[in-house]
Design a protein around this ligand. Structure first.
Ligand code: CP
Ligand code: NVA
Length: 313
């Protein structure tokens, strides 16, 4: 298989076919789990999970998922490992590679994850950096596929901070032929280099990836409305400034009325009700946020199986 022994650091690094394979295997693995059919593709294997930031979904979905695949996951926090005491990433990478079959990492620096992958001889999976959150974005696209059946030509409108989530969604949409508009105020728009790379990727599928300030204009004809917190992990000190700057960038009933009548609403969670999304919308009939959260389990199981299993899936 094309993905065996590779890393999953950014969706940009994946081919269009590899993204399609992940979606296809996610569907198969989800079906098997629901049917109670065995799918222990990683029996006897071990996964190290390094967390330098908080997590509910990522930790529990990776840990449960790896266990369901027959393997043994090991949770490592920065505080209770030598990572927090300054052991170099390149040493951690080489040591863990002698023990485990894969490494999942959630941390601040994207460069640190690239360094880890460079020195590790086992697959490295990005569980979120300040720059990207690829497993979440692949899950989001899988969720759209479940609801909408066809991805090509669909329109996803991301509202709010042009952050790690916006970046990974731009790459994901580009790879599956979905049109994406990132509606963000000046100063909080996505990284121009990521935007440019996503636009390059989009040439292969005919998708359009754009940025604009006016979210009502952006939301017209949207199949998917997406948002994320105004202040991400690590940005706590900027919270007050961000609350003011991003104040209008909220998914609420008015914005939802601008989208298609059958539009779905996604949020990677955790959500701040009354900030980037209203209680009414997140709890309303357009919201698919808990199906989206569940799908982290299925999609990450597919990713881990594809990167680490000897079986052809
Ligand atoms: N969406 C997401 O990654 O959630 P956690 O921060 O809880 O892992
Ligand atoms: N942008 C958010 C996503 C959390 C899953 C953060 O980085 O905190």
């Amino acid at each position: 298989m094309g993905l065996k022994n590779k890393d999953l650091i950014s969706i940009h690094d994946l081919s269009v076919g590899e993204v399609a394979t992940i979606l296809d295997v996610s569907k198969k693995i989800k079906r098997k789990q629901k049917a109670g059919e065995p799918h222990e593709y990683l029996k006897g294997k071990t996964l190290a999970m390094i967390f330098s930031k908080a997590s509910t979904r990522t930790r529990v979905s990776f840990e449960t998922g790896f266990h369901q695949l027959g393997g043994h996951p090991i949770y490592m926090s920065e505080a209770t490992s030598q990572i927090g005491r300054g052991e170099p990433v390149k040493d951690t990478a080489r040591v863990l590679s002698r023990f485990v079959d894969g490494i999942m990492i959630r941390t601040f620096s994207h460069e640190a994850v690239k360094e880890l992958a460079k020195y590790a001889s086992v697959p490295v999976i990005n569980g979120l950096t300040d720059l990207l959150h690829p497993c979440q974005a692949l899950t989001d696209i899988f969720t759209v596929l479940e609801y909408k059946e066809v991805l090509k030509g669909r329109k996803l409108v991301y509202v709010g901070d042009g952050n790690n989530m916006a970046h990974s969604l731009m790459f994901a949409c580009a790879k599956v032929g979905m049109n994406m508009v990132c509606a963000s105020p000046k100063g909080y728009q996505p990284n121009p280099q990521i935007l440019q790379q996503a636009q390059e990727d989009a040439k292969a599928t005919g998708a359009t990836i754009t940025v604009e300030e006016d979210m009502f204009d952006a939301a017209k004809g949207a199949d998917v409305l997406y948002t994320d917190v105004w202040a991400s992990m690590g940005e706590e000190a900027e919270r007050e400034v961000r609350m003011k700057a991003l104040h209008d960038y909220q998914i609420n009933a008015e914005l939802l009325a601008t989208a298609r009548p059958d539009a779905m609403v996604l949020h990677c969670l955790p959500a701040h009700r009354g900030e980037e999304i209203t209680e009414e919308v997140i709890e309303g009939k357009h919201s698919a946020v808990f199906d989206e959260a569940e799908n982290r389990l299925h999609v990450q199981k597919a990713i881990m199986a594809l990167l680490m299993s000897d079986e052809v899936l």
